[in-house]
Design a protein around this ligand. Structure first.
Ligand code: THG
Length: 372
């Protein structure tokens, strides 16, 4: 049983535990969210303590909720290219790429990390939406030769400045040769295991794609044991660090009402060439005039803001100017940092806005990014 605001969250077959759930509980998890119908921890000590630790040491995260959609078959690359405006023609085997996935209207369905095993085998490492059905539907509807399924893979992230050192203890020196957004196959207890240099933080690290449940807890325990001298902890994606880093959360910052251009993912859209994706015409049309709103980092004045568990309206001289979708106090930037969808006429850097925070209206400013 899990407790939310002192009220029990009843477990059932529809709310999936993970192969690491016992380890997460044993580490003293204090909060969960649900992501792809799966438990995802949100806090262990406190948001700020978890943040400081993540930025100083190394953490292991149960991110099994990043479910894989496997696309396998002779037309696999054709099918994956149909899903995204990002040009996949130069993506090499053992390369990862962050891809906006859009529908026939050019609206976001998901923003997975795609792992290319080979021309006929991809994994899409999903954000929180049921993309499996869309991909299966496309394959069936268009008679594309590819099998689309959810393999039994439980990703485990190792994040933080000491991630390389920890991974070397368990997987050997070869780990250092894995470049950013590339992956290699390693072995643990004689079982092959895919490891990429990626993850949902800006602190550096790896993601280990753990197959099946047999080696999950043995690997978890091996990492904790090997990391004792590195002050390793069990952690989870950290709200503060991800907002500072500008990492988007599908379902919060962006969703099915937004295009990739609105989502600030224009750099992953190749509309000029022969990229035959769904929603191509809609995206070209939108690109001609430019999006009418776009994702922006904001700094919100005042003391520690309350939890942003629903969008906060943004105004400019009383006029609707957008909404804040994620916000938190940043100890390192000494201000509240936020991600917002801002109407284009108010989206220029340094524009002063007012945010309707639950405890009152606060001044805010559009920033370029927090880490510059
Ligand atoms: N790793 C894996 N799967 C995932 C996530 C992940 N699925 C869900 C969610 N995260 C998807 N969202 C993101 C958002 C940002 C990034 C990855 C996944 C990311 N962005 C890099 C950045 O902003 O620095 C840029 C990547 C690039 O330029 O190619 O890493 O974390 N497996």
């Amino acid at each position: 049983m899990v407790v939310v605001n002192d009220i029990a969250l009843t477990m059932s077959g529809r709310l999936r535990r993970t192969p690491f759930s016992k380890g997460v509980l044993a580490a003293g998890v204090k909060g969960y969210t649900v992501y792809n119908h799966t438990l995802l921890a949100t806090v262990f000590h406190s948001l700020q303590e978890d943040y400081r630790h993540l930025k100083s040491f190394v953490q292991i995260w149960d991110v099994s909720c990043q479910r894989q959609v496997a696309v396998q078959g002779t037309d696999a690359t054709h099918l994956v290219q149909l899903l995204t405006p990002r040009d996949l023609s130069r993506i090499a085997p053992k390369q990862c790429c962050y891809i906006p996935v859009v529908d026939e209207q050019g609206k976001m369905l998901n923003d997975p990390v795609a792992l290319k095993h080979s021309d006929d085998h991809w994994w899409l490492s999903l954000a929180d939406s049921d993309l499996l059905f869309w991909v299966k539907g496309l394959a069936v509807g268009r008679n594309i030769q590819a099998r689309v399924y959810e393999p039994d893979i439980a990703p485990l992230a190792v994040q933080g400045p000491k991630a390389d050192e920890l991974m070397e203890h368990v997987f050997g020196e070869k780990i250092h040769a894995v470049k950013f957004f590339r992956f290699e196959t390693f072995s643990f207890l004689d079982i092959p295991i895919v490891i990429s240099r990626s993850g949902y933080s800006k602190q550096g690290g790896f993601e280990v794609f753990v197959p099946g449940i047999d080696i999950a807890m043995p690997l978890w325990n091996a990492l904790l044991e090997a990391g004792k001298s590195l002050n390793v902890r069990v952690g989870c994606p950290n709200l503060i660090e991800r907002i500072e880093g500008g990492l988007l959360s599908y379902g919060n910052d962006i969703g099915n009402e937004n295009s990739p251009l609105e989502s600030g993912l224009g750099r992953y859209c190749n509309l000029s060439s022969k990229v035959p994706c769904m929603g191509h015409d809609a995206l070209i049309e939108e690109a001609l005039c430019g999006p009418s709103r776009q994702i922006r980092p904001l700094a919100i004045d005042g003391p520690v803001a309350p939890v942003c568990d629903r969008p906060w309206s943004i105004k400019f001289q009383g006029k609707y100017a957008g909404k804040v979708t994620s916000a938190t106090w940043s100890p390192d930037f000494d201000t509240n940092v936020a991600i917002a969808m801002v109407e284009m006429e108010f989206a220029e850097v340094d524009t002063r806005l007012e945010v309707e925070v639950p405890d009152g209206v606060r001044p805010a400013a559009v920033r370029s990014s927090f880490w510059l």
